[in-house]
Design a protein around this ligand. Structure first.
Ligand SMILES: Cc1cc2nc3c(=O)[nH]c(=O)nc-3n(C[C@H](O)[C@H](O)[C@H](O)COP(=O)(O)OP(=O)(O)OC[C@H]3O[C@@H](n4cnc5c(N)ncnc54)[C@H](O)[C@@H]3O)c2cc1C
Length: 321
């Protein structure tokens, strides 16, 4: 039975009725569960709670389960996939002219508890209506006390307008986690990551997850495209991760020429866009059926990479974030 079938004639109950999500709350990428489906479940739970309230005749009985739920969730899981929760903006660190790391406070000892490669959804008011966008936290999933999100701001971006006016201590609404990527250690001999710009965020999660597990012998190769050397996001973090035996990175610089930019020890570069022959060279190192390719960039970058793999008749597994 849908929670909306019979009208509820009780102010206390109506005050607890779950707010119906907007169509724009659905990010359209097949998250499971979707926020629109979850609303039906929330309504059914609310309706049962109303029924208990009226059977018992006391409004406090109605309120109790809701309050208990709120308290419990705030101590354990900071995030919820079925409702937006507000987190205070603790700090902002600008890392390039258009990209910053935003740090949000987590209540008590709670953690985000994201699975590897999962993302969360930001909701913000823009031009009088709520819009949503996905972001992939870059702090380790088990981090207590705070989480970090790396965000590129676009001059003409809708959510970017809202993000650029954030101030410390603002309450910012997130829900999650979401994402269908799943990882099994040693399932593939080699993972080739093709990333561009902020597409590095899920890759960073996966890289960390693999290299810190001593029992995981998967070799990870990151081919990371940026316009210029100074546009490379998280370069120092990535360079530090190359200290692990099973991770290497190739920086592809689409608008840079050799010798015209600084370098740090051990860095390797490809000048120009990532092309079919760049990928062909990357695929030579391990048998294709034992190789997985992960892709995350702009729509056109993702499309190009998928086309190149098709033309190369790549026989391994491909996952696009
Ligand atoms: C799973 C996932 C994880 C993500 N993680 C991150 C992350 O960690 N960090 C991060 O910064 N971003 C991430 N993103 C991207 C993020 O969700 C937003 O898309 C991004 O921040 C832009 O949002 P916006 O509303 O500011 O810009 P939008 O209004 O969506 O516009 C973005 C850019 O696209 C252009 N554009 C908009 N509409 C069109 C159009 N119709 N045709 C051509 N160009 C157009 C705009 O001019 C602008 O330059 C992720 C996306 C996904 C799907």
């Amino acid at each position: 039975m849908s929670g909306d079938e019979e009208p509820v004639d009780c102010e206390a109950c109506m005050a607890q009725k779950p707010t119906e999500p907007l169509a724009s709350d659905c990010c359209g990428t097949g998250c499971s569960p979707c926020v629109l489906d979850l609303h039906d479940t929330e309504l059914a739970t609310w309706r049962r709670s109303c029924d208990r309230c009226h059977e018992g005749g006391a409004q406090t009985e109605h309120r109790e389960p809701m309050e208990n739920k709120q308290q419990a969730t705030s101590c354990q899981d900071a995030l919820s996939p079925d409702e937006y929760r507000a987190f205070k903006l603790q700090a902002t660190k600008q890392i390039t002219h258009d990209t910053a790391i935003y740090t949000f406070r987590l209540p008590g000892n709670s953690k985000l508890n994201l699975g590897v490669g999962q993302h969360i959804i930001l909701r913000g008011p823009v031009n009088g209506r709520f819009i949503t966008r996905q972001f992939t936290p870059i702090s380790p999933p088990g981090m207590k006390g705070h989480f970090d999100v790396l965000v590129k701001v676009y001059n003409d971006g809708a959510m970017s307008q809202y993000i650029t006016v954030w101030k410390e201590d603002d309450d910012i609404e997130w829900r999650g986690p979401y994402g269908t990527f799943s990882y099994q250690p040693n399932q593939y001999r080699r993972i080739v990551m093709l990333a561009a710009g902020t597409g590095i965020t899920p890759m960073l999660q996966v890289i960390r997850h693999i290299v810190i597990n001593e029992d995981d012998e998967t070799f990870v190769r990151l081919v990371y495209s940026s316009r210029t050397y100074s546009d490379i996001l998280l370069r120092e973090t990535l360079n530090e991760l190359t200290a692990y035996w099973n991770f290497t990175v190739l920086y592809a610089l689409s608008r840079e020429t050799p010798g015209e930019h600084p370098t740090s020890y051990g860095e390797s570069f490809h000048y120009g866009r990532i092309q079919r022959d760049t990928l062909a060279a990357e695929m030579e190192t391990s048998p294709q059926p034992e190789t997985q390719v992960l892709i995350c960039g702009t729509k056109s970058f993702d499309k190009d990479m998928l086309n190149f793999l098709k033309k190369l008749e790549f026989k391994g597994n491909v996952f696009k974030f």
